[in-house]
Design a protein around this ligand. Structure first.
Ligand SMILES: [Fe+2]
Ligand SMILES: [Fe+2]
Length: 184
């Protein structure tokens, strides 16, 4: 199995969440009343599964190993753009959470701001995924031997294995440091 296979499988799961977020966008636009439970789960999905688990493997392992190979400048340009987009995704989720918190504190107009951020995410992620699946992953693989590809795949598994422990250890530490009133 190529190391890009698990990343592409994860892309398919992300696309399914994006489809659900499209349903939620339609719902908010027609009712001004967000499904807060769903949005809480969608934010956790993007922060944990997409950003920490998926982007984490891309940036720390795939991109990191690719950089060591001194790839063609065209590929480096795409990689830097992808890193920039990961940061853009994080910023948008932060704005979505801020709008959700305003809504929870009684500002009903924040539902419209939530819709704006959701709309950005559902347009942005499919384009990002297409760039990786169809223009980046395969040319990346050409730089690695079979052994190196196998090592990368193993590194992905180890990364995934450690993730849940890191997530919940960080969660406990965060509350210990900042108090129990902390909002996400
Ligand atoms: Fe990515
Ligand atoms: Fe990706």
């Amino acid at each position: 199995m190529l190391p890009i296979a698990p990343l592409m499988i994860e892309h398919r799961v992300i696309e399914r969440m994006i489809r659900l977020m499209k349903d939620e966008l339609r719902h908010i636009r027609s009712t001004d009343s967000p499904h807060l439970g769903f949005l809480e789960a969608a934010v956790d999905f993007i922060r944990t599964y997409v950003d920490q688990c998926h982007h984490g493997k891309e940036e720390d392992i795939l991109f990191g190993n690719l950089q060591k190979k001194k790839p063609a400048s065209q590929l480096t340009t795409v990689m830097n753009k992808l890193i920039e987009e990961h940061a853009q995704g994080r910023e948008t989720v932060k704005k979505l959470v801020e709008a959700k918190n305003r809504y929870l504190n009684g500002d009903l107009s924040a539902a419209k701001d939530m819709a704006v951020q959701i709309e950005f995410l559902i347009e942005f992620y499919p384009r990002h995924i297409d760039k990786e699946d169809n223009h980046f992953f395969q040319p990346c693989m050409d730089y690695f031997t079979d052994d190196e590809r196998g090592m990368m795949l193993k590194a992905f598994f180890v990364f995934d294995q450690r993730l849940i422990h890191r997530k919940y250890k960080d969660l406990v530490e965060n509350f210990e440091k900042n108090g129990l009133n902390l909002q996400s």
